[in-house]
Design a protein around this ligand. Sequence first.
Ligand code: ADP
Ligand code: MG
Length: 226
Amino acid sequence: MSVRWPARILRRRKSLPQTPRQVVTLHHRSSGKKSIIFTEEGKSIVRNNPGVIRDFLIARKRILQGEDEVKTGHLTLERFKGNGNVHSALYKARVAGKTLFIKEQREGFQGESFRGYLDLAEPQIKSLHDARTKLQSIPGVEVANYHLAWTSGNNSFLVTDFYKGEKIEWNSNENYYSQLTGKKIGERVKRVIEILRGNFLDGTVNNFMYIPTRDTIVVFDLRPIV
Ligand SMILES: Nc1ncnc2c1ncn2[C@@H]1O[C@H](COP(=O)(O)OP(=O)(O)O)[C@@H](O)[C@H]1O
Ligand SMILES: [Mg+2]
C-alpha cells in the first residue's frame, strides 16, 4: 500500500526539530538468568500497568501460535510484519495509550549467525543510549526512545517507542532520499552515518527511518563494536 503525503509535508521546513536534551539514565537489575535494563520511563510503564510483562508473555505465546492480535490485561499485542533480520520476532504493543515496538531474539534458536554479545537486547539498548548522546547535536535526527531490555534464559526483548516512518533509499551517488515522499535527506543521513561509523555496528540506512510529518530521521537498531 502506498501513502501519498500532503504537499505541505514535503515542503522544506525552516528549521529542523531538535532532539529534546533530557537526561536519560539506564538502570540495571539481574538475578540468576534474568536481567533487565530500564529507563525511568520504562520503569513507570511497568509500574503503572501491573502484570504487563506477564500479559505480554501470554499474548506473545498466542501470537506465535498464529493469532494476529491478542488483548490481555493491560495490553494489546500484534505481530509486526516488518522486514527485520530473519532471527527476530517483532511485535507492536499498545499499553496505556502508548504504542511500543518489541523485538524478540532467542539465543540458541537463531542459527550460527546469531551473536549473543551483540544481538541480545542489552548490548542494543546500551548502543542506543550511547548513540543518543553522540547524535544529539544533529537537528532532525533522533534515536528511538528506548524503555526496556530484558533477558530471561534464552529469550531477549528490546522495547522502544513504535514509530511509523518511511524506508530510506539511496542511489549510486549516495544521495539518500525517503522512499515514499522522495525528499532528499542525504546531507543529514551522511552526518549520522559518519558519527556512528567507528562507534557502532549496523549504522546504515537499513536501521534508520524517516518520519515526514516531523521531518525527522529515527535511528533504531545499533550494536556495539567489541
Ligand atoms: N521502533 C520501531 N518502530 C517501528 N518499526 C520499527 C522500530 N524499530 C524497528 N522497526 C522495524 O522493524 C524492522 C526490524 O527492526 P530491527 O531493529 O532493525 O531488527 P533486526 O535486529 O532484526 O535488524 C526494521 O526494519 C523496521 O522496519
Ligand atoms: Mg536492523
